[in-house]
Design a binder for this molecule. Structure first.
Ligand code: GCB
Length: 609
């Protein structure tokens, strides 16, 4: 018997749900629903050979036909009801969920492969209610089984997914098993090569969501593009039918709009209002919004703002802004692990506030939802991105589908967050025909789901005859031309930086999505000595002088807020597995360059006020 089967079940033909299209069923705003957490301790089994998944002929147990005559070994298994007896979840150790396994057990620090997770729970589902199992994220591939039945597979480490379990759940002794596999693959998103830690595990919240038979699954409530006096969007009911009543109310604006669904249980709407107070970082106004049907009321807090570009300007609510940003990885550096809680989000965004930021680049994948909710609340504009990073397999259709699925899950989850102003498609991808098509596909998909935000990607520059050139073909399709540049770290002289020449072939706002250099906090020396705080400080001073002179410059997100773990960073005594480009050390101590940037942001804030 395989690991995901409860003792009383034998191999069945499993219904394997493909991961593609899961976003169609994604339930949004799970924090304000009737939920039961499954966070806490889960038993686990480390299974590097995937013994619980494959039989001795290396066929997946969950795909074995019961009566397949074609292969002897299948019959052999079916006839003899072969059982794998060499495992026991209940005597196995435990891991905390949410959380990565690498930071929880020393032996799992570098582990990449399969780990089985198991949780038992009881649940009394009342009559005429439905139950869903929701995962905030699992890195990277998840196979989910409940009471011996396969619920499905999900691919992609940073986006949520859910399964309906109404007909499977029982009052006592539910047996939930998840196979988590964080093996890196060339054709995956991201691919094998990244400059961050491949944390494995059930890294975000797990919950049960109880809903009425017909329930509000998804909605979009935002300002209409180019019209600051209209709130528009849609509400989508699950198992809804024609003529269901939906009421959207925003009491503070005296809005109470009654709507009626179409035959698919969906309704679009537009509400006019001249009294809206607009969300911005200084005054992050959120409105209490409620969506009512005959069966439930769902609440949210939503901000309204416009974001657009006009020639070289980025306009927030019609006013030109400068993005005073910083890049952030989803890591709590002091714990040396994935960030997963509101407290973790607070640590990062408070540091960003202290730095004088009005904007953060959440690199290099969609961060957890706590981050976006907090950004909405405290007033921080956000660049959200998907892990289309470096050398993705751009010729591979499955890779594109995978990226599209992650993108659509991210937008589906976050489209009501006022803080998000930019969807980013990719980071430092090498231009080619295949890559351009890949990214164009992503842009089209983004626009089809949400046309209200700006689209960008972190591009690269190249140098010709002493001139820095940005002419990436994909720039034509972006609202903001963003690029990474590492003058003074990966080449280029810091002394000459302020006099650098630029040729950026687009009349659009320019954002430096990355610059920076490494420093070990506490290591001091001259500004010429790499790894010292003084070198990093000088690098910031010179880069800032250079960036200020770049035509159309409208923002930046230096690399990076805090030191982060990366297996690529092996220099002993200095890096020891950490990328040291943080302005704050993994001990939480600010380096000198933090204050250089802070001073610059103080100055630029005055200019744009
Ligand atoms: C980059 C990447 C980022 C790296 C950084 C570095 O350009 O976008 O993921 O961590 O450089 O430190 O080299």
């Amino acid at each position: 018997m395989n690991l995901f089967m409860h003792k009383s079940f034998f191999i069945k033909i499993a219904l394997i749900l493909p991961f593609i299209g899961l976003s169609q069923n994604l339930i949004i705003n799970t924090t304000n629903r009737n939920t039961t957490t499954l966070n806490g301790t889960w038993h686990y089994i480390v299974d590097p050979y995937q013994t619980g998944y494959y039989n001795y002929r290396h066929q997946p147990y969950d795909q074995l036909p019961e009566n397949n005559n074609a292969a002897f070994y299948n019959n052999y298994h079916a006839k003899n009801k072969m059982e794998l007896v060499e495992y026991n979840f209940d005597t196995s150790p435990t891991l905390l969920v949410p959380g990565d396994w690498n930071s929880q057990k020393e032996k799992l620090f570098y582990y990449e492969g399969t780990i089985w997770y198991k949780k038992s729970f009881d649940y009394n589902l009342p009559n005429k209610k439905r139950l869903f199992l929701y995962f905030g994220a699992i890195n990277y591939k998840a196979e989910v089984y409940l009471n011996g039945k396969k619920l499905g597979t999900h691919i992609g480490g940073f986006t949520p997914f859910n399964f309906e379990i109404t007909s499977i759940v029982k009052p006592v002794g539910n047996y939930l098993v998840v196979k988590v596999d964080n093996t890196r693959h060339k054709d995956a998103v991201p691919t094998t090569n990244t400059d961050w830690w491949n944390y494995g595990g059930i890294t975000r919240d797990v919950k049960l969501i109880e809903e009425p038979l017909t329930f509000i699954q998804d909605y979009n409530i935002q300002l209409k593009k180019n019209d600051k006096n209209s709130i528009n969007g849609y509400v989508k009911l699950n198992k809804g039918s024609k003529s269901e009543k939906v009421i959207i109310s925003i009491p503070e604006l005296k809005i109470e709009k009654q709507l009626t669904t179409d035959k698919d249980g969906k309704v679009k709407f537009e509400i006019k209002s001249k009294k809206i107070k607009y969300w911005n970082p200084k005054n992050p106004k959120l409105y209490d919004v409620s969506i009512k049907t005959d069966y439930q009321t769902l609440k949210d807090q939503i901000g309204f703002r416009t974001i657009e570009t006009k020639e070289s300007n980025i306009l927030l609510n019609g006013k030109s802004i400068f993005l005073r940003g910083i890049s952030i990885h989803e890591e709590n550096p002091m714990r040396g692990s994935r960030a997963y809680s509101t407290d973790d989000a607070l640590v990062a965004l408070n540091w960003a506030k202290e730095l004088g930021c009005n904007y953060v680049r959440l690199a290099h994948y969609p961060h957890n939802e706590h981050m976006l909710k907090l950004a909405d609340k405290i007033g921080m504009m956000v660049w959200e991105e998907i892990p289309v990073y470096w050398t993705i397999d751009f010729n591979n259709k499955n890779t594109l589908q995978n990226a599209e699925n992650q993108l659509s899950e991210a937008i589906t989850r976050d489209k009501n967050r006022a803080s998000i102003i930019i969807w980013s498609m990719a980071n430092e991808t090498p231009p080619s025909k295949a890559r351009n098509n890949f990214i164009k596909n992503l842009i089209n998909l983004t626009k089809s789901i949400d046309s209200t935000r700006l689209i960008s990607a972190a591009l690269e520059k190249h140098n010709s005859n002493g001139v820095n050139i940005v002419d990436d073909e994909i720039g034509k399709y972006l609202d903001i031309v963003a690029f990474n540049q590492y003058t003074g770290w990966y080449g280029g002289s810091l002394e000459d930086a302020p006099n650098a020449k630029w040729n950026i072939k687009f009349n659009k706002p320019v954002v430096i999505s990355e610059f920076g250099g490494g420093a070990l906090q506490g290591l001091h020396g001259t500004a010429k000595e790499r790894w010292t705080e003084e070198y990093q400080e000088y690098l910031y001073q010179q880069n800032i002088k250079m960036i200020e002179k770049i035509p159309n410059i409208r923002g930046m997100s230096p690399w990076i807020l805090a030191d982060f773990r990366s297996p690529k960073r092996v220099l002993p005594g200095i890096q020891d597995g950490w990328n040291r480009k943080g302005l704050i050390s993994n001990g939480g101590v600010k380096k000198k360059a933090f204050f250089t940037l802070k001073d610059f942001y103080k100055k630029i804030k005055k200019q744009y006020n």
